[in-house]
Design a protein around this ligand. Structure first.
Ligand code: PGA
Length: 250
């Protein structure tokens, strides 16, 4: 049985005091929930202040990005050991915004996924198609290329600990959500792709949906058999809406 993961991707939102205020309320309101795993992913300068509040709670910490090297002359970058030491459990890798605005390639995503495991972090690897690709019937072609490249060289044990977020790019921040059935179908196909290379670990890997997830659509998404939670952007910035999303995933 896969435990759903609801992760809030705060992107480049919230100053330190705002982040602290949000997470303090989340900690109180989400206390005691164990049937859904919960994570928040603040911007890098807010990782430690947020961790200091949630360290003894049921909320886990995730970063939004990492470099694959352990250390070195990479101005502006953050390494796995740095994230691990300040309490991160998860790291989002290959978000479509990183791929689009910062030219991250499938090879970079693969290097980062391997580095995440090397330094004791669990990757949340994002994949998804553009609107043009979907309309041209190329959704699975795109996603297959991303999945095969991202997971290359990982072990079955690592796959079992990996999270994939299927996020159709046209649904991110647009208010437009994939139908629950469409999301389920793509996620099912992703699981079969994973099975080709990693056998039974495909039954353990968690595959989330992301893209305009909100309190009003979480329940129908979670009612689908293949959807193991959500990566939530905009709706994770508000206490009430994030709490309702976690509740809706139970
Ligand atoms: P959204 O973002 O929920 O605001 O659409 C999701 C994401 O980018 O992970």
């Amino acid at each position: 049985m896969r435990k759903p993961l609801i992760a809030g991707n705060w992107k480049m939102h919230k100053t330190m005091s705002e982040a602290e205020e949000l997470v303090k309320e989340l900690k109180d309101r989400l206390a005691g929930i164990e049937d859904v795993e919960i994570a928040v992913c603040p911007t890098s300068v807010n990782l430690l202040p947020v961790y200091n509040i949630i360290a003894d709670s049921n909320i886990k910490l995730g970063a939004q990005n990492m470099h694959w090297e352990e250390s070195g002359a990479y101005t502006g970058e953050i390494s796995g050991p740095m994230l691990k030491e300040i309490g991160a459990t998860y790291v989002i890798i290959g978000h479509s915004e990183r791929r689009e605005y910062f030219q991250e390639s499938d090879e970079d995503v693969n290097r980062k996924a391997k580095a995440a495991f090397k330094y004791g972090l669990r990757p949340i690897i994002c994949v998804g198609e553009t609107l043009e690709e979907r309309e041209a019937g190329k959704t699975m072609e795109k996603v297959k290329g991303q999945i095969k490249a991202a997971l290359a060289g990982l072990s079955k044990e690592q796959i079992a600990e990996t999270v994939i977020a299927y996020e159709p790019i046209w649904a991110i921040g647009t208010g437009r959500t994939a139908t629950a059935e469409d999301a389920n179908e793509v996620i099912k196909a992703i699981r079969e792709l994973v099975r080709e290379d990693f056998a039974d670990a495909a039954d353990q890997i968690r595959i989330q949906y992301g893209g305009s997830v909100k309190a009003s659509n979480i329940e129908e998404l979670m009612a689908q058999p293949e959807i193991d939670g959500a990566l939530v952007g905009g709706a994770s910035l508000d206490v009430d809406s994030f709490v309702q999303i976690v509740e809706g995933a139970r």
